[in-house]
Design a protein around this ligand. Sequence first.
Ligand SMILES: [Zn+2]
Length: 1050
Amino acid sequence: MLTPTRFLRAQWTSTLHLPKSAFPARPTPASTALYLKRCTDDLYSWQQSKRYDPNCTTSSRPETFVLHDGPPYANGPLHVGHALNKITKDLVCRFQVGQGKLVNYIPGWDCHGLPIEIKALQAQKNSGAEDGHGKAVSRLSAVQVREAARQLAARTVRKQMDGFKEWAVMGDWGNAYKTMDKDFEMRQLSVFKEMVEKGLIYRQYKPVYWSPSSGTALAEAELEYDENHTSTAAFVRFPVQASKAFRGEFQSINWEDLSAVIWTTTPWTLPANKVIAVHKDMDYSVVVISEMPKSHLLVATSRIEYLESILGQKLDTVTSGILGSKMAGNLKYRNPLHRRNAKPHPIIHADFVSDASGSGLVHIAPGHGMDDYNVCSELSIPAFAPVDDQGRFTDAALPDQPDLFQGLSVQDEGTNAILGYLKGIDTDYILGTHVIKHKYPIDWRTKQPVIVRATEQWFANVDGIKSGSMQALEEVNFIPESGKVRLQSFIEGRSQWCISRQRAWGVPIPALYRTDTGKHEAAMDGSIIGHIMKVIEKRGIDAWWTDPEDDPAWIPEHLEGSYVRGKDTMDVWFDSGTSWTLLPEKSNGPVADVYLEGTDQHRGWFQSSLLTHVARQATSEQVAQGIAHQSQTSDNKIKPPFRTLITHGFTLDQDGRKMSKSLGNVISPDEIMSGSLLPPLKHKKQKGKGNSKNEINDPKPTYDAMGPDALRLWVASSDYTKDVVIGQPILQAVNTALHKYRVTFKWLLGVLGLQTPGFDSFDLRTLHARLLDSEIPLIDRIALHRLAQVSKEVHTHYTAYEFFRGVNTLNKYIAHDLSAFYFETLKDRIYAGSITDRLSAQRVLGVIFWELCQMLAPVCPVLIEEVWEWVPKPMKDISEHPARMVWTPFDLPVADVGSQKLNRQIEVLNEVHTAIKAAQERARAEKKMGSGLESSVLISLPGQVNGLTADLLNKSREEELAGIFVVSGVSVVEDEGLETTLKELNPAWNFEEPFDIHATEESKHVKTRTGSVLVVPPNQHKCPRCWRFVAPEPEALCQRCDEAAEEDRR
Ligand SMILES: [Zn+2]
């Protein structure tokens, strides 16, 4: 049986105003789809239509904000890198919607290129076709390859789009662009045509990076580097011939048997050797190896010691002091791999020769090296590369015995074949070989080594638009700033861009080749491209491959002779680089407000977008002279395609390693949304049948699934300007924060749902107006003050694209200011206080609710949608949706809010509060008290305090202070009065803690005086309704509760 006391207590509890909300503890999958639709498609189309209101005058029409999507490759499943990219973009877009902008975000996909072609071919292979990857399965026709690749890309686009939408990424999905769309291809071809007309595209036989495994040329952006590549390096000697004058000058040299020693890490390039280079200022010597005393060897003097160490032989100097400048032009040599009767080759000077490695004499093969090519072009020595598309020697590699090397893969058997041959012929030309480990370029897709090989390719002339591009970059806002130097250096260091690829899956290079002259000459100009574009418009782009080779429709009438269509396709960076053509021109600035991608795009998309965009604006004269626009008037300035360029890092596992399939550390976005990377939830025992057996038998563990917001909050909490680490501790913190948000909103929804006479409107404007009209208690002023500070801070961070700082501020605010402090002080006021108490608290909490919704809307849109769903209908009906309102940081001109004075008073209050909590802890440790209400506080001030403190800690505020500190009573006493007060009170126990009072209001660093708090037992009785110890006698209500209960009864 219940005792009467208990019974009474239970009765009083029923008169309390306890918040009730059934807001769930975690998202319910059944409703998530609905919320997702509302916060993505619905919100996006709402802001588009609402803000395109035809009744709007031009001047009142909102500003547009364009985030131009860098298209991801349409191959493979989504990973956390995609999430970092797409969600960061979404944070930007959502914040801008909250700023009242009309946001345009059209997602795109990069659909052409080798990666997709290889995948499509692989799929074909798996379904029956034989042979290895890439080129090897080339028994498929180009058309079949294109069809397979198109289907694969289309399938992947659909899958990835579904994934992006599940992350609550908002955009114009219905109009997503694909680089394989006809419309896109035509725009791209028109940019290409303009570049051809301005003389920016040319064809040349010169060395390019060539991937034997893919059978195509590659741009630098398509290379990766293997840090541990091993190569066989060799010291090789070539027999030297000297002019008579030179012979006379150095008589000690055995001219009949003098060799130049060169060093190479690619012996397979020796058949293509055309020149040996020395440096004019370096000193060279003739040395002998004791084993071959007659053989004189020419090497750089400073390299002798190194050579001895590698060859393991002592080298004796015959003569030294031969300057490079003397040798250049006076010495020639013979390459034993060339025809016996071939003319000797020159020894020349080259600036890049140094004595940092090798022998100080450099083997030059203009067909296999960029520097080599440049040096030789000046001397009119043509490039020569006896290597085919698959990286195998042709019969030209050894003209005297064409069959010997033909068909050997240069990188595998080629090196040994060449070295073996040079060792085996009459004289041994190899002095020594050794294996070296060095950094070597590999194909970014096949991961196989590439070679440098001269072929005929199409190039864009970057030199012609370089200074215009550099000028345009000056206008760009870079985040982080380091991106500027990085992009500048890439542009600066580039003179050409190889844009042709020998693959089928791409946009054709619209060139024709003449067949009746036997020279296979290329023809490509504006009118030819214009004609070809018209045919494509009519027949579709696949007709370029399917029409008969000599179909006359493709050949413009003005051309004489017979022509066929070319087979090259364009570099995919050219495809995606021209995506700015989708954006409407803006008179007052770049077409896009923001481009945002990973740092690897400085080499890729950022660069190709800038170059093509600048090429379109530059005039032919500027291109020819390689100059920028000189005029500084705004309409003449070369514009970059982006106003702000944001780069993000990569995602790493918690040990800081890159994620890769081979390491097995790849994290999928689904795992973050389902919570399966965190320990499973503990099952609650079911009442009645709960036993441990059941738990063990439960087959499926359940996880803390927080849905898309978990993935989004992880992204928003990450400093994306660096590489982003992801692992269990971070994900745990993310889920914890999300639960904190939910608990906070649940409580707020409960309190805001309490029926209080006078709490008539939930609309933010009305709430603001009511606050302005009323007296605001100190604690509420503090809460509003902090809200204003935090809201402004978060707004500033979001504006600077520093979402992680905003989220960090917000998390601290929710945990410390709201949950641990303000909400604690409010509980008694709301649950047990008068109507006036409750009403004023509800108004302040209403403002906080709105502000929280607006601050969190970009980050956790699904949560905000869910919260909105749970707002009581009558209140919702007369308010705007928080994600559709313009968010201006809270700033209300009410007493002291935002003032320095209040700031300082909060500091004082914190000091006193900290002291009280410390004293209470000691009392608890000695089992003197439990809840804070089981104590009262004496605040003892030193004799003189500043006005600010006096205004805060004084007799008239004692009741308010008790509420703030959540204790049953506060007495403020002056220092001298403390002893008297204590004597009068004679408490059963007391615990004292000091705190600092600052003597001046200006600075807390100037003189402080010490006050103290005394925590003592309360001297009244526990009120059975509010549990504060303020009742006049046992089991009686306190005065406040008496009045409040009476008020409710009326
Ligand atoms: Zn009470």
